[in-house]
Ligand binder design. Structure first.
Ligand code: GLY
Length: 392
């Protein structure tokens, strides 16, 4: 894949396609009766209100954000909504994973009711994955479902969590165990908002970008290898990476909205990642989700290699790319360690993708050739992890 041309407006959205705002790109998500568009480009936030207002003329909007993102970006959105004649209120939640809780969900639903958000009004999630997941779930259950708009402000949220309608909260039993599928009515991915992310947070989101190449697009992985520093720097390469990722995710979601088949491919690296997050107590000082995914991607390829499925050169290439970007690729890189192979396998067994004690993995026959492997023997996983840990 060559360097992308400057972004151009393009649309083939189902229903009534809108014009791209600014010089943005539009990626359609095609779902029977619930199709929507993802608008991607720099500085879209200031022009967002026109699209939002068109969803439900005369609606009120409640913006849900966190303290950090709200201070940086909510005023621009509010000004844009005001200009478009849309009344809005702002609800702020604390930043961080702890906001994906029953307590915060209850408080948010009450706040939305107090703001008199009705079924023809709009809830806008302005933030990263936590805000998007929590707000989407509140929107799913408030008055049995109100429409919501995703304005993701982290790379991870732009390329993954804001698209596809997975919403939910965490419980003491694990992450995302209570939730609903509730598709947004619109996603606006303003890639200039990513300029304010810390390098660590940006890179963590980049692991999910690489994932799309590894799942089914070897040309995109080649392109990422050549262009990753320009994606971080911003400009057309960043927009291209977000658009390719969203297109890949939209295609999978359109085929399998409720993860009854193919959508599980998006979990490449995630069975390992969720176990590592659990074993580090979801402590973002030690490991954030995207870093766990990076290690998970490298492990998924080395595990595939150890099972004789994938060439060692491919596994090495994946790890080398993650290393070049500054992402972890080995268990030993988790600060404070992650315990024994038994502990890691036990943590995997808690994962909601485990059915009747049998592990389902996403494995690979090569870069861009991932597949769903049900019935992977826990002993094979344990032996592989033990060998990884023994490498010191
Ligand atoms: N993040 C994986 C999915 O949306 O299915």
């Amino acid at each position: 894949m060559s360097t992308p041309a400057a972004p151009t407006a393009s649309t083939s959205a189902p229903g009534a396609p809108s014009q791209a705002i600014g010089r943005g790109q539009i990626v359609p998500v095609s779902l029977e009766g619930r199709s929507y568009e993802i608008h991607i480009g720099r500085h879209l936030l200031c022009e967002a209100a026109g699209l939002i207002a068109a969803l439900s003329p005369g609606a009120k909007a409640a913006i849900v954000t966190d303290e950090t993102v709200g201070a940086l970006h909510a005023p621009a959105l509010e000004a844009s909504l005001q200009q478009a004649g849309l009344a809005s209120s702002r609800i702020t939640v604390p930043p961080g994973e702890s906001s994906k809780s029953y307590a915060r969900l209850t408080a948010l639903c009450d706040d939305l009711l107090a703001a008199r958000i009705e079924r023809n009004d709009l809830v806008i999630a302005l933030g990263g994955g936590v805000v998007g997941d929590l707000t989407g779930f509140a929107a799913a259950i408030l008055r049995r479902g109100v429409p919501f708009v995703q304005i993701p402000t982290s790379l991870l949220a732009q390329v993954d969590s804001s698209v596809g309608g997975k919403t939910g909260i965490n419980t003491s039993h694990g992450k995302n165990l209570v939730g609903a599928f509730h598709q947004p009515a619109l996603v606006i991915a303003d890639t200039a908002l990513l300029d304010t992310l810390s390098p660590r947070e940006f890179k963590a989101g980049y692991a999910e970008v690489v994932k799309y190449g590894l799942i089914g697009d070897p040309g995109f992985f080649d392109w990422c290898e050549a262009n990753w520093s320009r994606i971080i720097a911003g400009g057309p390469e960043r927009d291209h990476a977000v658009a390719v990722s969203c297109r890949a995710k939209a295609a999978v979601v359109a085929r399998d909205e409720r993860e009854e088949g193919d959508r599980a491919l998006l979990n490449l690296g995630h069975t390992f990642a969720h176990a590592l997050e659990r074993l580090t107590d979801y402590d973002s000082r030690r490991l954030v989700h995207g870093e766990a995914v990076a290690i998970g991607l490298a492990l998924a390829f080395r595990f595939s290699q150890s099972l004789g499925l994938c060439h060692g050169q491919d596994a090495l290439r994946v790890a080398r790319h993650l290393d070049a970007v500054g992402l972890p690729s080995r268990l030993q890189q988790v600060p404070g360690g992650v315990g024994s192979a038994d502990a890691i396998v036990a943590a995997m067994a808690q994962d909601k993708k485990v059915k009747r004690g049998v592990l389902t993995f996403i494995l690979a026959r090569g870069i861009g050739r991932s597949f769903i492997a049900p019935g992977v023997a826990a002993e094979d996983v344990r032996a592989f992890i033990a060998a990884e840990l023994a490498q010191g």
